[in-house]
Design a protein around this ligand. Structure first.
Ligand code: HEC
Length: 175
């Protein structure tokens, strides 16, 4: 046995620390690269009618990449890839679903910090989509409440957008 508090307690404390810091600093996920949902809504900014049409379409990722490029919007290549992956994983959306499905940034911000910080295990990590898919198979991750579709979205976003540069991560989240 190692000295110090048991792992579960350390993790619980780290989780509480994250929540307190996030609450205190008013920190949001804005420092992270936008995911596909945010790119669609904030940058592509389709009209309600266009969005309704997009939400009914099933296209391959290559086709969605063409779509992203055709937008004539200031999207970097990474952003185009992020948007195409998001649309390929998430479109069409369920009939009548009000909100767009969460993107990788939403999922990381909401889904990981209840147990540990994002810095060491996520924001500074390089990983293929396979690596991120496999992360969900660890015994301590199996019960994460994310659907198969959400896990896939998370894996694709993370492959394209991680790691971040340390200097782009708010100092209070670097633990
Ligand atoms: C239900 C609690 C819980 C949630 C939610 C959670 N983790 Fe973990 N995570 C753990 C535990 C427990 C460990 C093991 C820590 C240790 O070894 O000290 C761990 C370890 C890790 C590790 C290192 C070991 C490995 O598998 O590579 C990474 C990376 C990681 N988590 C990433 C994530 C990411 C990304 C998310 C969000 C999608 C996440 N975790 C969400 C509990 C959680």
């Amino acid at each position: 046995m190692k000295a110090g508090p048991p792992r579960a307690l350390r993790l619980a404390l780290a989780g509480v620390a994250v929540m307190l810091l996030v609450a205190a600093g008013g920190e949001t996920s804005d420092f992270m690269p936008k995911g596909g949902r945010a790119l669609l809504v904030d940058v592509v900014a389709p009209t309600a009618a266009d969005l309704a049409a997009i939400r009914q379409e099933k296209r391959t990722e290559a086709q969605w990449l063409e779509f992203a490029k055709a937008q004539k919007k200031p999207l970097t290549e990474k952003e185009q890839a992020t948007l195409a992956a998001y649309l390929a994983v998430n479109m069409p959306t369920a009939n009548g679903a009000a909100a767009l499905p969460p993107d990788g940034r939403d999922l990381a911000w909401e889904g990981c910090q209840s147990c540990h910080s994002l810095f060491a295990g996520y924001l500074t990590q390089t990983g293929s989509a396979t690596r991120w898919r496999n992360m969900f198979l660890a015994p301590f991750h199996r019960n994460i409440r994310m659907s198969a579709q959400e896990r896939e979205e998370f894996a694709r976003y993370s492959e394209i957008n991680m790691p971040m540069k340390v200097e782009d991560i708010p100092a209070e989240l670097r633990f």
